[in-house]
Ligand binder design. Structure first.
Ligand code: DGL
Length: 268
């Protein structure tokens, strides 16, 4: 495998662009092929078998494109499919759960950890397992927050309704004295300012996107697969499984820079 090959990143939709944003920041010389499965989003409420099938299809396609490693940017897909993908894929595959869990354990210093995510991610118990694999004595308080994804896509990042919903979801975790809060969903980093205000200074927010970018850099180093700096900036490719209009319209909010072209590919 060549260091010039791109990194493959996929998500159920546009939310995984928060992970791409973190990757572009940390690994500016790397080329990225991003797949957003916008035709089949959301993954959050779907069964583990269905999410595994979708994740397998996209992973095969990325391998066919010649990627050197794959980042599963979607927390729900990581929670349900990561072990299968790692077993079957010829290139290294990493997800967002383990990097987030490691950072949370460091930040909480033995105190309770809150985890928020989609219904699928929370029901899977993936974050609890990852945290308890590091420290079995840590208390983990997990809560599904299914209304956050549509609120973020609506752009209601600091809206009275979002505030009320956030209180409803977070107040019980805060009352139990959490010291770190894992933002276990691609969309939640966009709510970080609001959630930080509600949680207060005692609670460290853990953005899985940043942690995953750091873990990707480490994997590339370990496999001697780091791209070299070039005179021209790398050209990234963005792919959606549904018509690209909504991806183009909303993508910028998640990516933080303009998106001028999205290809359409059908999976399954
Ligand atoms: N990307 C999903 C995640 O991080 C959120 C959106 C969805 O439910 O598909 O879990």
């Amino acid at each position: 495998m060549s260091p010039d090959a791109p990194i493959g990143v996929f998500d159920s939709g546009i939310g995984g662009l928060t992970v791409v944003r973190a990757l572009l920041h940390r690994l500016p010389h790397e080329r990225i092929v991003y797949v957003g499965d916008t035709a089949r989003v959301p993954y959050g409420p779907k069964s583990p078998d269905t999410v595994r099938r979708y994740a397998n299809e996209i992973t095969h396609w990325l391998v066919e494109q010649g990627v050197k490693t794959i980042v599963v940017a979607c927390n729900t897909a990581t929670a349900h499919a990561l072990p299968t993908l790692q077993r079957e894929c010829p290139v290294p595959v990493l997800g967002v759960v383990a990097p987030g869990a490691r950072a949370a354990v460091r930040a909480a210093q033995g105190g309770p950890i809150g985890v928020i995510g989609t219904v699928g991610t929370i029901d899977s118990g993936a974050y609890e397992r990852a945290i308890h694999a590091i420290d079995p004595d840590i208390t983990v308080l997990a809560r599904a927050c299914p209304l956050f994804v549509p609120l973020v896509e609506e752009g209601w990042l600091d809206h009275a309704v979002t505030r009320a919903v956030a209180h409803e979801y977070l107040d019980p975790l805060l009352a139990d004295g959490i010291r770190a809060l894992v933002l276990g969903c691609t969309h939640y980093p966009l709510l970080a300012p609001l959630l930080a205000e509600l949680a207060g200074e005692r609670v460290t927010l853990i953005d899985s996107a940043d942690q995953t970018a750091a873990a990707t850099a480490q994997i590339l180093r370990e496999h001697s697969l780091e791209a070299e700096a070039r005179a021209t900036p790398p050209r990234h490719r963005f792919v959606a499984s549904d018509a690209p209009d909504r991806f183009l319209a909303l993508g910028q909010r998640f990516l933080g820079t303009t998106l001028d072209h999205v290809d359409h590919v059908t999976f399954g």
